[in-house]
Design a protein around this ligand. Structure first.
Ligand code: GLY
Length: 622
């Protein structure tokens, strides 16, 4: 892995810059950091002396990020204020998990479209000895059954209606999961970790161009009374970029969780308000109940991470209910079995020959994902273990299906006996989400991907019963289930809604280790719905196979296939590549593919971090 920072091909950069339309440019502009540096810092009742950073980020469009090198510790997150909160925690002697808690609380405030306390998350932790996986995925309320998203005729609701509703809200998991991770791996006091977010929510933070653009473009968020009063003026226009946005209700909720502990979120007024907002949705109320919330923190959040050997590495990721690691490793495993050039980059982008192999491998992986993967508490894996999908002989068999021309669409394979014939879940849109990578001074590493599902989740906010202005967004994670419980042939779909079940995820927080020594090498992940799988695979290939550093790997143009048409990042590939793929029978489209990768890699001396130029993230460290 080369530590030198040089970007993708000049072709890729210039095309992206010149062809980004105005609105998209607005969406991906980065936070201008317009804090008033003279504003007094809030009195901190705890020992952590948090200081609001001045100008934490350069004003940006598609920002070419330099990549950042640090000797001892580093934190990478999707917003400069969130990264800075993690940095201050690490500087104060906090652990990687301490920093993750602080980053998540600030993201709830400053990147409310992507993740927050009203959502769920997966966290991988490495302490130099032991790998731990914490599952904070939302669960379906006990009142939600397989007909949750069906109308009176038994047809699935239009997807946008399913999203903007009380129906889509799962029991939030992030706070309870982080409490468990903090109990095991934290060092600073729980309350200290909330100080940055409480201070920023009370004092105000500068509304970023990306948040502004998303607020402007959202069709239904204005219908929520809390969101309308918080983010928009009297005419329904979002507050301008740089507006100092205060969120007193969120500050009060976080203060209670900080002082009284995670359980306060799941009982009493905060829980009552979430339930009331969901059950009183004016058009499509949900069934979330106080009992659902009260039960959530009582579970064991620990899962067994899946670690898979690949070349000289050991790649560790999240097991089901995430489909991420399985799909990534199927793609990488099939690619290994194809005759492809070891380094396919031509003028900084993968060649058409290599892309053909990748896109075909992706179809095969997504066919399996859409048939088999769901919450393991409800669905048995094929062949009695999820690893059956990664067995060498099975991947050989799947790789043999890749021919010289596009296969069109792939069918699921037969990795082992299944308990029941399963239907195939169709493609549903999904997005949102945020990724955090952290390495602390002691070498503890975190890879955490966190989500409220769509941008702004269910478009329902809760003020936590405070009666104050503002609040937090409730997730729409249940639309990660199949809206329809059966496929066209009437077979039950593994990832259908069932009470207490976790929806299938694509989140792919990943930790990479040296296969021989076991040393930690990298932490990586991305938002992007099902495209998370491709974004993360691309970054892994760049860093581990193509000798790029984390920033160079993240910068590479994105390429996706979900077992249908291939979508390549607009402006990222020369016309010859698109033409060559079409001549092989691929249906090729171009799209924005706004990944939000963050990665930190260990070098021989120190750490090197990268953040996605397509979003607002930065890396800080010391
Ligand atoms: N909601 C995004 C995911 O879990 O994949």
């Amino acid at each position: 892995m080369s530590p030198t920072a040089h970007g993708p091909s000049p072709f890729h950069r210039s095309r992206l810059r010149s062809e980004i339309p105005g609105l998209l440019l607005l969406l991906i502009l980065s936070s201008a950091g317009c804090q008033d540096p003279d504003a007094p810092a809030a009195e901190a009742p705890t020992p952590l002396a948090y200081a609001i950073p001045e100008q934490p980020e350069m004003a940006t469009g598609y920002v070419e990020k330099p990549g950042w090198e640090f000797p001892d510790f580093a934190v990478a997150a999707a917003n400069p204020l969130a990264t800075d909160a993690g940095f201050q925690i690490l500087e104060a002697g906090g652990t990687a998990v301490d920093a993750a808690v602080a980053v998540q609380m600030v993201l709830t405030l400053v990147e409310p479209q992507s993740s927050g306390i009203g959502g769920g998350a997966f966290l991988l932790h490495w302490d130099g000895d032991e790998l731990a996986a914490y599952d904070g995925r939302e669960v379906a309320p006990t009142g939600a059954g397989e007909d949750l998203f069906l109308d009176e005729d038994g047809d699935p609701l239009p997807f946008s209606q399913a999203v903007s509703s009380g129906l889509s809200v799962g029991v939030p998991g992030t706070i309870a999961m982080l409490r468990t991770a903090h109990e095991r791996h934290g060092h600073l006091a729980w309350a200290d970790l909330f100080r940055p977010a409480i201070t920023l929510a009370s004092e105000g933070f500068a509304l970023s161009p990306r948040l502004h653009g998303l607020l402007a473009g959202d069709a239904s968020l204005r219908n929520d009374p809390i969101a309308r009063a918080l983010y928009y003026d009297e005419d329904g226009n979002p507050h301008p970029v740089g507006y100092s946005l205060r969120n007193p209700a969120l500050a009060a909720v976080l203060e209670r969780v900080a002082q009284e502990g995670a359980d306060v979120f799941y009982h009493g007024p905060i829980a009552q308000d979430m339930v009331s907002r969901v059950r009183n949705h004016p058009e499509r109320p949900g069934t979330l109940a106080l009992e659902d919330l009260a039960a959530y923190p009582e579970q064991d959040f620990r899962r067994e991470a899946i670690c898979t050997p690949w070349r000289t590495y050991r790649l560790c990721g999240f097991p089901p209910p995430s489909s991420g690691h399985l799909a990534i490793m199927q793609i990488l495993g099939i690619l290994e079995r194809l005759e492809l050039p070891p380094n396919p980059l031509v003028a900084g982008v993968p060649s058409a020959q290599w892309l053909h192999g990748y896109l075909e491998a992706s179809k095969l992986a997504f066919a399996d994902r859409n048939q088999y993967v769901a919450d393991p508490d409800f669905v048995d894996p094929p062949g009695e273990a999820w690893e059956s999908l990664l067995a060498p002989e099975y991947l050989e068999e799947r790789a043999r299906l890749v021919g010289a021309r596009s296969m069109g669409t792939a069918q699921a394979g037969d990795p082992g006996a299944v308990a029941a014939a399963l239907g195939v879940q169709g493609t549903q849109p999904d997005g949102g989400t945020s990724h955090i990578s952290i390495v602390d001074r002691d070498g503890n590493a975190v890879s955490m991907t966190t989500t409220i599902e769509s941008g702004f989740g269910s478009r329902i906010m809760s003020d936590g019963g405070t009666g104050l202005a503002g609040g937090f967004h409730l997730n729409n994670e249940l639309t990660d289930f199949s809206l329809s419980p059966r496929d066209e042939e009437g077979r039950l779909i593994a990832n259908r809604v069932e009470p207490g079940k976790r929806p299938r995820s694509s989140m792919s927080p990943t930790l990479v280790f040296d296969g021989e020594s076991g040393d930690f090498l990298a932490s990586v992940g991305s938002p992007g719905g099902a495209a998370i799988i491709h974004y993360t695979a691309k970054a892994l290939l760049g860093m581990l196979a193509w000798e790029l550093n984390a920033q160079e790997a993240i910068d590479l143009p994105n390429f996706t296939n979900f077992n249908g048409p291939s979508v390549l990042e607009s402006g990222g590939f020369p016309q010859e590549v698109l033409d060559a793929l079409r001549s092989l029978g691929h249906e090729v489209r171009e799209g924005d593919l706004t990944s939000g990768l963050q990665a930190i890699q260990r070098l021989e001396e120190g750490l090197f971090g990268g953040a996605d130029p397509r979003r607002e993230g930065v890396v800080m460290g010391g």
